[in-house]
Design a protein around this ligand. Structure first.
Ligand code: GLC
Length: 789
């Protein structure tokens, strides 16, 4: 405990930089083309450069011999054949593809990467690649004064991480979540650097404890691993969006979520009985507050045994699931990895009998304390165990359950180190390694086991998985919530840059516990937080045992009315959000975006953390302080329409905006389109109307895709989907829209129409070439369209 006292800054502490303790790989003695790449033999190590695509190059160092080119399970890409040339001069080796130039200094191995037109992306540092005899590896790179750093997965603090040192070691942090609290639950050893509008990325494929140091030295940053390989990918950008595309090419993209998973979710640690859950569902129904999911936290189980129900509290789970589904509400139960030690409990007995649990090298089982008391932990690094665990989920799917919540999967253990002993050995599909070497993979692989198990059991339906812990690539299996936050305004503020950086790190489906988990929320905080939640990709209200209940109606009618309005707004915006989920699925781009992603050449956006964009045309600038009803909003280039009030604002500057408690400052860019439903009421898809809202302008072109499918099955993978390609061309005298269904799937709507906002008197509206008369409504000119291609 001494480190929690002033002893931490005792003058006797050794503050000397440890960077000097690393040995450099030394000068290059020979080079050789190998496996579609180039191997450098250096004085003290081998370094291999391998193209994955012409814009992605992998760098692997090994001291012992030619580097093995195996990867962690985060990596799903395989190297493509790339045309490249190798040129050697006296001092350097230059490797050139059509998208990048990698230049290596021979005197001592230093790598820099340039765009084909000679602009520096990654600069070499005053040191290169190093290692210690004890197994640590490090890489240094140049840092220019104007460089900004984003990504790093789930980190508290502001958006730009320059000046920080960030560690990746999945950790259960109940408290505190401060700006300096690091590490948290997820480890994504990846970042994007931005220099004057040009970006590159680095993904460090190492699942041990890794650290990114952007603070110790002025002109150099470093990333290091406590064990394992120095194995990293340079993603050559050069736009920030390109970097995300490249990163998610390497680590994968999210599947389409079931539509119900992007609605509103209600949770509590815990709704403790069937009656309580039924009463909750009934209240939502009576109050006409749309709801898609109710969570069952740990109390549903028989003494916290996973894959069981407590017979007294939940006597008939199947009927409960069935009845709620009638009302369109899904049940999502929590599943933790700790399996209670009890020889008469099947999961434990079979797990031990069939050798599924983590062990020490010598053969003893590892036991740790979690909710059920002494527990064993499945070894998810073993494919056989993943399959076993996945199949166990038939217990839930047989009850009609389609979604699972994975928690405590760092893994969290109630002890001093907060996790499993680092000398536990993992089978790792035949390549055994210690927990120290693989710690950060545990949550990812639990997610993989669970997602794939659900998929096998759901017979063509899409599963939903929520996870607390993860590693690079987690987006392929799960949605991520940001763990145990508190009902503090500061935590509402902090959730924005956290989710935005997760989004920049390939994890599009994220959100915090709305209202705050621990501590007591209040009506105003819950209202403001729900306004934000309506636009975060994952939208769940969750609170801890012993805190005030925080369902939408708990703080009186005034708050309830506004909260209900924003939950409905979420449902009105579902077509737009779903289309953005499709973009995340196809290109990796996040739904919730920092402004710098859309406006990388505008320095005003580089540090902006308290506003965000939804897609490329909607800007959310929430109020996140008590009793505040005005705030400064930076609107980037273009003109912006206040969504609720209709006022048009000039972009490229900051405005003072007024927003009473019932108003979320929300802006749509002129000259663009958003897809909505006219009503936030829950209704079957075929009864819905699709409304395409065009915000008219007098100049500019815009293109977008409105995507839809059955929202439930995996048929979309075979092209059973709707892709409306929409383009809008605004001129002084007309707004010309073209709309085309790019796939042969019949539209699932009762009706489809355009609503034109802010049309000038003299502007005509053309749709697919035809002048339209339409009907004037309060919002603007409404024109019904048929969308047959
Ligand atoms: C952890 C989770 C929290 C959950 C609780 C009980 O603290 O982060 O969301 O409610 O465990 O399962």
């Amino acid at each position: 405990m001494l480190e929690d006292t002033s002893f931490a800054i005792h003058p006797g502490q050794n503050l000397a930089t440890e960077h000097a303790l690393y040995q450099d790989v030394g000068s290059i003695t020979s080079i050789q083309r190998r496996n579609g790449g180039v191997t450098f033999t250096c004085e003290r190590a081998y370094v291999h450069l391998q193209f994955y695509r012409s814009d992605i190059i992998r760098v692997v160092m090994d001291r012992a011999g030619l580097p093995e080119l195996n990867s962690t399970p985060a990596v799903v890409a395989h190297p493509e054949e790339v045309d490249f040339t190798v040129e050697e001069t006296e001092d350097r080796v230059q490797i050139t593809s059509d998208r990048l130039v990698a230049s290596v200094e021979k005197k001592s191995f230093r790598l820099s990467v340039f765009t084909p037109d000679g602009q520096e992306l990654v600069g070499e540092g005053n040191r290169g690649i190093g290692f210690k005899e004890t197994g640590e590896v490090i890489c240094f790179k140049k840092m220019e004064p104007e460089d900004r750093f984003y990504g790093f997965g789930e980190k508290s603090g502001f958006l730009d991480k320059r000046g920080e040192s960030l560690t990746m070691w999945n950790t259960d942090v109940y408290a505190p979540h401060n700006p300096e609290t690091d590490p948290l639950y997820q480890s994504i050893p990846y970042f994007m650097a931005l220099r004057n509008g040009r970006a590159y990325g680095i993904y460090f494929d190492n699942p041990s404890k890794t650290t990114f140091d952007l603070k110790t030295e002025k002109e150099t940053y470093s990333f290091k691993g406590e064990s394992g390989k120095l194995d990293y990918y340079v993603l050559a950008g050069a736009e920030p969006k390109d970097v995300i595309e490249q990163y998610t090419h390497i680590t994968g993209r999210m599947p389409m979520p079931p539509k119900w998973a992007i609605g509103y979710h209600q949770s509590r640690y815990s709704y403790e009985s069937e009656e309580e859950v039924r009463a909750l569902a009934k209240t939502f129904k009576e109050k006409e507050i749309p709801l898609d999911v109710i969570y069952l936290d740990i109390h549903y189980m028989n003494e916290y045994r996973v894959f069981t129900f407590d017979q007294d509290r939940f006597p008939n789970p199947k009927k409960l699931v069935e009845d709620l589904k009638e009302d369109g509400i899904r049940i999502v139960p929590i599943v933790d990895p700790g399996v209670k030690k009890d020889p008469e409990y099947d999961t434990y007995k079979n797990g031990v009998w069939n050798d599924h649990f983590c062990k020490y090298l010598e053969g003893d089982l590892y036991f740790g304390d979690v909710w059920p008391g002494v527990s064993a932990f499945p070894d998810f690094t073993d494919g056989r165990t993943r399959r076993w665990w996945g199949n166990l989920h038939q217990f839930y799917t047989d009850l009609g359950i389609e979604g699972i919540w994975n928690d405590m999967n760092e893994p969290a253990v109630f002890n001093e180190t907060k996790t499993m002993d680092t000398d536990v050995i993992h089978k790792h599909d035949g390549d055994p390694k210690t927990h120290r070497q693989l710690h950060n993979l545990y949550g990812l692989l639990m997610g993989k086991a669970t997602y794939e198990g659900l998929e096998r059991n759901l017979d063509g339906k899409r599963p939903f998985l929520l996870t607390r812990a993860g590693f690079a690539g987690v987006q392929r299996y799960a949605s991520v919530w940001t763990g145990d936050n508190r009902s503090f305004w500061e935590h509402l503020q902090m959730s924005l840059p956290m989710c935005m950086n997760l989004g920049l790190s390939g994890v599009a489906f994220t959100g915090p516990d709305v209202g705050g988990f621990a501590h007591d929320t209040n009506g105003e905080l819950l209202t403001r937080w729900t306004q934000v939640g309506a636009f975060t990709p994952y939208f769940r209200n969750h609170s801890a045992i012993g805190t005030l209940y925080q369902e939408p109606w708990q703080f009186g009618e005034e708050y309830e009315t506004i909260i209900k309005r924003y939950i409905q707004l979420r449902y009105e915006w579902l077509p737009q959000l779903y289309s953005l989920f499709y973009e995340a699925h196809t290109s990796g781009l996040p739904i919730m975006r920092p402004l710098m992603l859309e406006y990388p050449s505008d320095p005003k956006t580089y540090g902006l953390y308290d506003q965000f964009m939804i897609g490329d045309n909607t800007l959310v600038a929430p109020i996140m302080q008590p009793e505040v009803t005005d705030r400064a909003v930076y609107l980037p280039g273009g003109e912006w329409v206040d969504y609720f009030g209709g006022t048009v604002y000039e972009g490229g500057t900051t405005h003072l905006v007024h927003a009473e408690l019932d108003t979320l400052p929300l802006f749509v860019k002129r000259g663009t389109v958003i897809a909505k439903r006219p009503s936030g009421k829950r209704a079957k898809e075929e009864q819905q109307e699709l409304e395409l809202h065009a915000y008219a302008h007098t100049k500019g072109n815009y293109e977008t895709i409105v995507y839809d499918d059955d929202g439930e099955t995996t048929k979309y993978r075979r092209g059973e989907a709707m892709k409306l390609g929409i383009s809008i061309e605004c001129q002084e005298d007309q707004v010309a829209i073209s709309i085309k269904n790019e796939l042969e799937w019949s539209l699932p709507y009762k009706k489809c129409s355009f609503v034109l906002h802010g049309l000038e008197d003299h502007q005509k509206v053309r749709i697919n070439g035809e002048v339209q008369s339409g009907v004037w409504t309060e919002q603007g000119l409404k024109v019904d369209v048929t969308t047959e291609s």
